[in-house]
Design a protein around this ligand. Structure first.
Ligand code: C2E
Ligand code: MG
Ligand code: MG
Length: 651
């Protein structure tokens, strides 16, 4: 280290001349009283680098550093030997010509003292030139132990092993690239703090070290991360994180590590919200997430993929058996009723399963296939889960094309209502007709509602279509003799809209038809969803005088409990029971029991799908008084109906 005292008395005329400010550019000579330490300029002269201009950090006599653009100019003695140098400190205005370096450094110290960040300047020999209080505070150093001029190692020792100081030291030692930012955790006695340390090399050597408290920023970042990747309600991963993990699983599957995607849907969330209120629905979702969490192993992911959609990514599987075991475990655990806000709530969950990579090599395919399997699982209820297979793909393709065509069917006038007679067996006459939808497809021909109703339900088209059928059937029936009724099939989706009762009321009002001439046929799936809105709509219509019938009786799992839940006017025994009459003993006994039980309830019974006289005779013998079937008439267009149709009573 070279230390030289500049003295004005040693300057000759040339020197004095060179000390004059250049025009337009403030030039400052290093204060002649200042001790210039670490002045590489002198060494540079010795090495022949005279007349250099460098950006440098200069130290005054009290060791306060200040940045300056320094021009070293050799001053030659009479013998042509460099005697001393003049240093011109050039700055854009920080240093005033009249201000002393001491004053400037003081100003600098005050300014940096108020800086929100900790700052320290080290010279190119790694000795501390200046540090503000924040620097000591953030690094956990005691100010009393550290002095200007101390080397980094000494400061590390003064910090008594303070972790950030050591790291800082290491950084220096490694001569890391300037501007590299490091984040360090510092735990003080009272709190955990995160600080960032940034080192910038100074022109001409030396470092400025900026230390910042980033705890708050980091905590907000953590909150943002939590919000971006986790579901606010249940606390489990959300769709974004689920997709990230799925992408990883798909990539690993291609490298030979198979996985399974289980797509879960809580089928009755809407109804639970509707019946018990949203707080109960929310609690159910939370409880469900907790139960799912119990089913998985480390490395698996559970996620809330949407409102009532959950997903599990099961990894580390050796085959479908592992997946089936998990599906069974999940189904069993979720079958147990939930105790929410002192209410017993049953979650109806369906699970669709796709395996990676065999059911898809990319994320979209796996997701689609798990959804296809989920749809199948829903259709197969109460079986809770279903694996994807290729037939589902074909089915979905045709379903999609049906959905697409159906969107235009109403507009193009391709839909039509047919009417099938309902027979009063006791009176031997037609008591009304069931309205049955037909679709005259331009290329497929007449499409059965069995092929498109569920697609229409899935895409919501059933609402406008159902409304159209209702209006059409009521308008048609309003022209019939007043003793004939019309029965219209209604889907659960229509009942859940909340406006269904009004729609019916409007249609009746428009046509002038008496409410008792209208019968609405619903299936037990409507009641199974235990939806307040549905029951309210049905009760409202019932009170208005509209008849309500339970269709396809006996095919579901809760037919009997449905009779308890709603005061039906009629049950329609499903065709599958009638088909076996009178030979099939079980079917015969069942139909007999249903007829007896319904009459006990005071509910009328209609036998569906009667095709033969033997069936009719048997139904007659057990006291069934109403029937419908090809024996009496197939569904037909309104203009072809013959209301005078009478059946001959056999003696
Ligand atoms: P559903 O309400 O049980 O209607 C009775 C079905 O059985 C009708 O089938 C009818 O044509 C058929 N059928 C009647 N008698 C016999 C018989 O003796 N033998 C045989 N083999 N079949 C008979 P379709 O018209 O194909 O309707 C099927 C189902 O589609 C209906 O069953 C109903 O659930 C649904 N559906 C029909 N129209 C509508 C509608 O406008 N809205 C809604 N939501 N569903 C509808
Ligand atoms: Mg029906
Ligand atoms: Mg039926």
């Amino acid at each position: 280290m070279v230390t030289r005292k500049l003295s004005a008395s040693r300057c000759d005329d040339r020197t004095q001349e060179s000390l004059k400010p250049e025009a337009g550019c403030p030039i400052h000579v290093v204060n002649p009283d200042a001790t210039v330490s670490h002045w590489s300029g002198t060494a540079e002269f010795a090495n022949g680098y005279a007349d250099s201009e460098t950006e440098d950090l200069r130290a005054g006599k009290d060791s306060h550093g200040f940045p300056a653009i320094v021009r070293n100019e050799p001053m030659y003695g009479r013998e042509g030997v460099i005697e001393f140098a003049v240093t011109r400190g050039k700055d854009a205005g920080v240093f005033g010509a009249k201000e002393s370096v001491a004053g400037i450094t003081q100003q600098l110290e005050v300014a940096l003292g108020h800086a929100p960040a900790g700052m320290a300047i080290f010279d190119n020999a790694e000795a501390l030139v200046f540090a503000n209080d924040k620097f000591f505070d953030l690094l956990g150093l005691s100010k009393g132990n550290v002095r200007s001029g101390m080397g980094l190692r000494a400061i590390v020792e003064a910090g008594a092993g303070a972790q950030p100081v050591e790291a800082l030291y290491k950084d220096f030692c490694l001569r890391r690239e300037a501007g590299v930012q490091r984040e360090l955790r510092r735990v003080s006695d009272t709190m955990e703090r995160y600080i960032s340390i940034r080192e910038e090399s100074l022109p001409g050597g030396g470092w400025v070290v900026v230390v910042e408290d980033i705890s708050e920023r980091r905590n907000s970042a953590l909150v943002i991360e939590q919000m971006a990747h986790y579901d606010g309600l249940t606390g489990i991963p959300n769709r974004a994180l689920f997709l990230e993990n799925l992408m990883r699983a798909v990539a690993q599957a291609d490298r030979g590590t198979p996985f399974a995607l289980l797509s879960l849907e809580l089928d009755n969330l809407n109804c639970i919200n509707d019946t018990f209120g949203h707080p109960v629905g929310d609690e159910l979702l939370k409880a469900l997430a907790r139960r799912l969490d119990q089913c998985i192993r480390e490395g698996d992911t559970i996620a809330r993929a949407g409102g009532d959609d959950f997903a599990i990514i099961q990894t580390g599987i050796s085959g479908p058996n592992d997946v089936e075991a998990l599906a069974i475990r999940v189904a069993e655990l979720l079958r147990e009723p939930f105790e929410i806000c002192s209410q017993q709530v049953i979650a109806a969950v369906s699970i669709g399963i796709a395996l990676g990579p065999q059911d898809g090599h990319d994320m979209d395919r796996i997701l689609t296939n798990a959804d296809l399997a989920l749809n199948r699982a829903k259709a197969m209820r109460p079986a809770p889960y279903c694996f994807f297979d290729c037939s589902l793909d074909v089915e979905m393709a045709s379903r999609r094309s049906i959905e697409q065509d159906l969107r235009y069917a109403l507009l193009r006038g391709e839909l039509e209502v047919y009417y099938q007679p309902l027979i009063d067996l006791a009176a031997g006459r037609i008591m009304g007709y069931e309205a049955l939808l037909r679709w005259n497809h331009p290329t497929r021909g007449v499409v059965s509602p069995l092929e498109f109703i569920s697609a229409a339900e899935d895409c919501g088209l059933i609402v406008p279509i159902g409304e159209w059928v209702l209006e059409k059937a009521i308008r048609t029936a309003a022209l019939w003799p007043s003793n004939l009724k019309v029965a219209v099939n209604v889907s659960a989706v229509q009942l859940r809209t909340g406006v269904f009762a009004n729609t019916v009321r409007d249609c009746l009002a428009m046509s002038g038809m008496a409410p008792k001439c209208l019968e609405l046929e619903i299936t037990e799936s409507v009641l199974l969803q235990n939806c307040n809105m549905t029951l309210t709509a049905l009760r409202e219509l019932h009170d208005l005088g509209v008849r309500i019938a339970l269709d396809d009786f006996g095919t579901g799992f809760s037919s009997l409990s449905c009779l308890r839940d709603f005061p039906f006017d009629r049950v329609k025994v499903d065709r599958s029971f009638i088909q076996g009459l009178p030979e099939e003993k079980h079917a015969s006994l069942l139909v007999k029991a249903i007829v007896a039980m319904a009459s006990g309830f005071g509910v009328a019974v209609t036998a569906e799908g009667v095709e033969t006289l033997d069936q009719l005779r048997y139904l007659h013998s057990i006291g069934c008084t109403e029937a419908q079937g090809f024996l009496f008439g197939r569904p037909a267009q309104a203009i072809r109906l013959n209301h005078r149709y009478m059946i001959c009573q056999e003696s």
